[in-house]
Design a protein around this ligand. Sequence first.
Ligand SMILES: CC(=O)N[C@H]1[C@@H](OP(=O)(O)O)O[C@H](CO)[C@@H](O)[C@@H]1O
Ligand SMILES: [Mg+2]
Length: 559
Amino acid sequence: MNEKQQSLLLESAARFPPPKGVKLSYGTAGFRADASLLESTVFRVGILAALRSLKTGSLIGLMITASHNQVSDNGVKVADPSGGMLTQDWEPFADAIANAPDPRSLLQLITEFMKNEDISFEGRQPAEVLLGRDTRPSGEALLEAAKQGITSIVGAIATDMGVVTTPQLHWMVRARNRGMEASESSYFHQLSSSFRCLMDLKPEGSRNHGDDDKLVVDGADGVGGEKLQQFKKMLTGLCIEVRNQGDGMLNEGVGADYVQKEKVAPRGFGPADVGLRCASLDGDADRLVYFSVILNKNNKIELVDGDKILSLFAFFIKEQLSILNEGEGKKENGFYQAHLGVVQTAYANGASTDYLKEMGLEVVLTPTGVKYLHEKAAEFDIGIYFEANGHGTILFSEAFLCGLEATHKTLLSISEGSAKQKAASRLLAVSQLINQAVGDALSGLLLVEVILQYMGWSIHRWNELYHDLPSRQLKVKVVDRTAVVTANAETVAVQPIGIQEAINAEIAKYPRGRCFIRPSGTEDVIRVYAEATTQDAADALAASVAKLVDQHLGFGSAA
Ligand SMILES: CC(=O)N[C@H]1[C@@H](OP(=O)(O)O)O[C@H](CO)[C@@H](O)[C@@H]1O
Ligand SMILES: [Mg+2]
């Protein structure tokens, strides 16, 4: 960095002093905190994004959102050139610069990092960062901070995409880096045309379920509701009513996180909706769950969570692959050998994992956080991943898609209209519809809807794929949550010593009992998850393990 570049950086950094006494960490999904604490962090993440763009020679994304958190919070995360999450190798640098106490130490960290990573300004194309934000009122000022961070790297360009969903921004980054147009209209166009293609490929006479034709969507009073309201006009063959489009308070008593965790209907839904197929998005529209309101049950719902969406997708993809394979025997090359796998976390309901294994699928568990699931799913020809909370997608490998396209071409010329040609066509359309960069509630919703129509299933029929085991999640406040260290995709606590044996002794008391603990990556708590054959047993197991956690690590234990 020459002197001019250094002084530009120092000058801008002086305008964004970090808050005193706050330590921030990149966490499970970027930095998140009360919005009033974040200006300096977002400014610094802007610098990081510009450096990442210089390093990769590609466009980088920067999204300002705190997803399902309360409206007064905000956050920032970075999208890599593929559209996926920032490479984990750069997270320690993100932590270091976010916590640098003054401009000089910030500059020093940056200079050292640039040297180690071999990043220079010479002979490279300028950095470019695509910016987006959700509907939070704090978003505008934070976006300005991000722009200033980006442009404090000489020559870097900040392109503002305005208010967008998180998956839209990731999609645009991926599209641009593949030489395609990256705009909201190209996103809507790709989704609606692949949706139409799948609708046209429905079997003759298949109709819209046993339910009402209508889908009612809770937009969490966030960006997803707004976008869906706009987008639904482009969709034929689907009747969508959007509620909670942004008039009420973001995420308050609404949204996918609330619906999944509380298992109750969101604000604006009630007894009049009994029998309707309903869905809920989260605050930045990267999560999706379905539900239906149960008659006379105090807003209780039948929840159709991420595990069930995963199961529906797996069922459909497997069916298309078997149509393609019919009578073909095993081929050495090409998609007939397609390696289809599913990825879940330990929070996946045990009944879903059993169901997927009974289908003959390979099921892999990873730690919590979509960055881990996504990475694993990318190892398959077709990898489907979902967290129980509704974040997930289907990834198609480039090699598999190449083979599929070639096969489809052949099938078109020799047997247009055949079952095989249609199956190939459906798989290609799914790869266009479902977001290849991150989980996306809007594209996920369209795929669910078209599969339900294809199968002729109601939401209730879908929910009957398997019966969830009763489960319970609890949070325990402890002195230091980092004292819990886990292994085997967070299913075993290796520290503190002895706690896992005590947990095992509790689990042994319950038939089909399963329980694990882990430190949250987004809240200062230890999470306890328990499952058993009855709700009472799941509750009791969770409560007894929460007590163990408190005994080992709680505030009483430190005294
Ligand atoms: C049990 C649970 O739902 N955990 C969530 C939550 O992470 P924690 O590390 O458990 O706080 O937020 C993450 C980011 O949104 C999401 O990926 C994850 O699934
Ligand atoms: Mg989200």
